[in-house]
Design a protein around this ligand. Structure first.
Ligand code: HEM
Length: 500
């Protein structure tokens, strides 16, 4: 009797599972039918779609963005990718880029940004500025943060930019002329981390003195883990990856714990009426108080933003500087012209005043061209909630639309001879790129730290050109590595000499 009952149960259970799988497959098939008129590469499998290609890419040394570029050249400016029942449309049409990115009604794509709330189960970017999905939630935060990025406040950061860059100069001073090659990426990484800690949170890590900082390693580990987490949904299931998963979780926890410590310290200082620096953290706390939203939920949100600032603002700038140094090293003419401009403006000045930044016309062009070829944060995505016609193709609503700055900025139809490093493209008289150049994204969700980062980059690069001659050690690779942000694979190994 019991065994008969168990058999019935087994039968109904299997039948239910079978029906559920069948229904899901039919749904996936329906989704395919709905979107398959849009061109795209062949799927690796019916259910997984293109996931196997991405997970192979995440494990290999090949840059997934180069594959996207090949596909854009082969399938055109609008093409489709699948994973399970999700559809992603890659778009490289200036008009559609303008329509979607410039409008607040297209929110961020939940497939990517909601997932980044956690990293392998640990709260990571949460509801912070980059990942906030709800417009009102995001807008309230952006308003709170905005004063900390006002031109008056940024101007006051010139002291920090100068001071932290001087540490790099002191370090290079010690090794110049010794014929000891240096990995420039490691050094500029120390500068940008020192800058963000000091400028945003009033903490002086002094990474040139403190080698092997666990905090620096944690930022890197989170970025690395993020690539696996986003590109391979099965990554954590394989025992061989458990060590990486654990290291990433520990790194996330370390960032949040550090954030908690720094925020609490600052709150106590303010409560005790102490004189605190007028940095980004103070602004955030002050404005939060003014808004009367300083509750536990907002404390978690502040931690989300603490992590967000390190993830969004540190490596991105360091990588831009490394790529700029790499390209200057590869192009002696461009190097000479940039140096001549710096020498003319700075002479023997040690501190770069704010007023001088606007005079570095050619250096700005070099930095812009660097971000064209190497957009260190290579794209953004939005949710298309309603049908839209893009490039003559009907795109049914309920899918993600991805804008890849790496692809757009390397397409021959937008930039002639696209692989050539040519700062002249950004000459004041050259035609302005029309919605095909967006290394800081565009529209309301554009990068909050754009001006901050370019002020910082100019100070570091100008001082470097003023004081030292650098040359690339021959034989190194000029390839790009994807570690969450794009960075030079070689680390940019240079010989440093004093200027003659
Ligand atoms: C070269 C340096 C930088 C590049 C290329 C860059 C690029 C970007 C891009 C592409 C986005 C959009 C991300 C997305 O939609 O997923 C973004 C957003 C953001 N970035 Fe940057 N960024 C840089 C430096 C910085 C710095 C230094 C900070 C802070 C000090 C910063 C803070 C932010 C924030 C808070 C957002 C979110 C803005 C919002 O949604 O309201 N970034 N950045």
């Amino acid at each position: 009797m019991i065994s008969e009952w168990v058999s019935y149960m087994m039968f109904y259970l299997l039948a239910t599972v079978f029906c559920a799988v069948l229904t899901y497959c039919m749904y996936v098939h329906h989704v395919h039918q709905k979107y398959d008129h849009i061109p795209g590469p062949p799927r690796d499998s019916f259910l997984l779609g293109h996931i196997p290609t991405f997970s192979r890419g995440a494990k290999s040394d090949n840059l997934v963005q180069d594959l996207f570029l090949q596909w854009a050249e082969k399938y055109g400016p609008v093409y489709r990718l699948n994973s399970f029942h999700y559809v992603v449309i890659k778009v490289h049409c200036p008009e559609a880029t303008k329509t979607i990115l410039m409008s607040p009604k297209y929110t961020k794509d939940p497939f990517v940004y909601k997932r980044l709330f956690n990293l392998f189960g640990k709260r990571f970017l949460g509801n912070g500025l980059v990942t906030a999905m709800d417009h009102d939630d995001w807008y309230r935060q952006r308003r709170i943060m905005d004063p900390a990025f006002s031109s008056t406040y940024l101007r006051s950061l010139m002291g920090t930019f100068n001071e932290m860059s001087e540490r790099l100069m002191d370090h290079l001073e010690e090794i110049a002329d010794t014929k000891t090659p240096v990995i420039m990426h490691d050094l500029v990484n120390c500068v940008t981390l020192d800058v963000i800690c000091k400028a945003a949170f009033g903490v002086d890590l002094n990474l040139f003195k403190q080698t092997d900082s666990p905090f620096q390693k944690a930022v890197e580990q989170c970025l690395k883990g993020m690539v696996f987490y986003l590109r391979d949904p099965f990554f954590r299931l394989f025992p061989k990856n458990w060590k990486t998963v654990q290291q990433t979780k520990d790194a996330t926890e370390l960032l949040r714990k550090t954030g908690n410590k720094w925020i609490q310290k600052r709150k106590t200082a303010i409560e005790n009426g102490e004189d605190v620096p007028k940095d980004i953290l103070t602004q955030i706390l002050k404005t939060a108080e003014e808004e009367n939203v300083n509750n536990t939920k907002d404390h978690e949100l502040m931690l989300d933003n603490f992590v967000t600032f390190f993830i969004a603002g540190q490596e991105t700038t360091a990588n831009q500087l490394s790529f700029a140094i790499m390209e200057l090293g590869r192009h002696p003419e461009i190097y000479k012209r940039a140096k001549a401009e710096v020498d003319e403006i700075l002479g023997t000045k040690i501190n770069i005043p704010y007023e001088d930044l606007g005079k570095f016309t050619y250096l700005s062009q070099v930095l812009k061209e660097t971000l064209r070829l190497y957009p260190t944060a290579p794209g953004t995505s939005r949710w298309l909630h309603e049908d839209m016609v893009i490039n003559g193709l009907k795109i049914p609503g309920s899918c993600a639309v991805i804008f890849s700055s790496y692809v757009s900025q390397r397409l021959g139809k937008f930039f002639k001879d696209p692989l050539k490093f040519d700062p002249e493209r950004f000459d004041v008289n050259a035609p302005k790129p029309y919605y095909c150049y967006y290394p800081f994204a565009l529209g309301p969700r554009t990068c909050l730290g754009q001006v901050f980062s370019q002020m910082e980059a100019k100070v570091v690069l100008a001082k470097l050109l003023q004081r030292f001659e650098f040359s690339l050690v021959p034989g190194q690779s000029f390839d790009i590595k994807d570690t969450g942000t794009l960075r030079p694979k070689s680390g940019v190994i240079c010989n440093i000499k004093h200027c003659s």
